[in-house]
Design a protein around this ligand. Sequence first.
Ligand code: NAD
Length: 474
Amino acid sequence: MVKVSVIGSGYVGLVAAACFAELGHEVICVDNDARKIAGLERGETPIHEKFLPELLARHRGKRIRFSGSVKDATRASQAIFIAVGTPPSENGEADLSYVEAVSREIARAIAANPNEYKIVVEKSTVPVDTSQGVRRVMELNGAPSHLFDVASNPEFLREGTAVTDFLYPDRIVIGADSERCIALLKKIYEPLTDGSYYKNKNIIPEPDDAQIPARLIATSAKSAELIKHASNAFLAMKISFINAVAAVCESVGADVGQVREGMGADIRIGKRFLYPGVGYGGSCFPKDVKAFRAVAQHCGYDFGLLDEVMRINDDQRQRFIKKVRNALWILKGKRLAVLGLAFKGGTDDIRDSQAIAIVQSLLKEGCTIAAYDPAAMPKTQASGAFSSEAVFFAANPYDAAKDADAVLVLTEWEEFASLDLERLRTALKHPIMVDGRNLYQPQIMAELGFTYISVGRPDVSAKKNAAVPAPGAD
Ligand code: NAD
């Protein structure tokens, strides 16, 4: 057992804290948002994440406790993980002010009670060489240099499957420049790397493609920091690549699904993360690609490829709006059902969501929106993303579709892939679906009476219900 604290109880920090407790460690989960800590203490789970409520209920008050004090948590811990936000600043660089503020507090706590070696671990996504910056700030704030080390342990979890990603990872990367620090990090992850966690009863169920035991990669701190930025930039590039291929498919009448199948069969390419859509979004890819671009610039390397990745991504959103316009001709005054607001399925996170950006553009064009999302509606309402009264939040997909001129699919929620399409069609004023996530088969949609427009595949028109009114008709 290792005494661990996690500073920052957001999507990453809270999941990491709950999973460390699940691995048998004693954990203090810290946040400077007093309301969040009070809610967690009352038994609430502030984010929508599968298995997280179960893990928190299992360990709350036993192996995990919550606190607002970095100082108390530092004193009580051997390893302090920093999991605060690293948002983009105006020039695209990562804003490290939260990381710096936490480092300062940790240093002061160590300086006030300098008796035990501790490690400070960057879990947040940070630019290469941040560990040196953290070390410098800590020394400046009185932490004796022989009493601490700084490590990088980037997090690769995906929202929606965060708990299983953490407990069944493809790899665990630990980067540090001291053997002592690496040894403590290895001990923290040992239940996953020696496989002992997977032999316990009542563990979180194994996902389909789990790699057991987990693979651990130990590197220098700088390499670990770079692994995270390079991985996210590469994944974003894969998405932009297939979106560009989808655009070519659209102009020549090919099917991007078939192209993906053929490309992905090459194991050097692989099928995963080759789905075309409305472009990548969320709190990581957009900011991490920008930040990595800025890192390269600082190093004197012109990483223009990343500019193109970002350009294609912005373009993809515009292309989707153009499809809606093509389907409806005039957008002003049209009522649109929107399925999905979260940046991806399985989460309530709307940060940098393409769905939100698309709805905002459609509102500017004069559309009325009836939106439905299984988890993200409260956060959307609270965010004030839509100040307009032209947005109505529906109780379910069918209510959203009622009397709409078309339905738009913007998030790949599992529940959207299994809708009662007959019911959806009859609720709509016109049976038109513009699917930004390719959830359905075009031929089946045509047979069901939809005009169906998706990404990188030929558009199809309704095969039955010839009497269905054309757009513009009352
Ligand atoms: P988040 O905004 O959900 O959580 C950050 C938390 O830190 C918030 O609760 C905030 O109140 C708290 N915080 C800020 N300053 C603090 C301070 N001084 N003391 C204590 N708490 C403080 O962010 P997130 O999505 O969890 O991301 C955190 C980091 O992890 C980022 O660097 C992100 O790039 C990285 N990351 C995120 C994901 C993801 O899917 N969200 C995946 C991998 C890596």
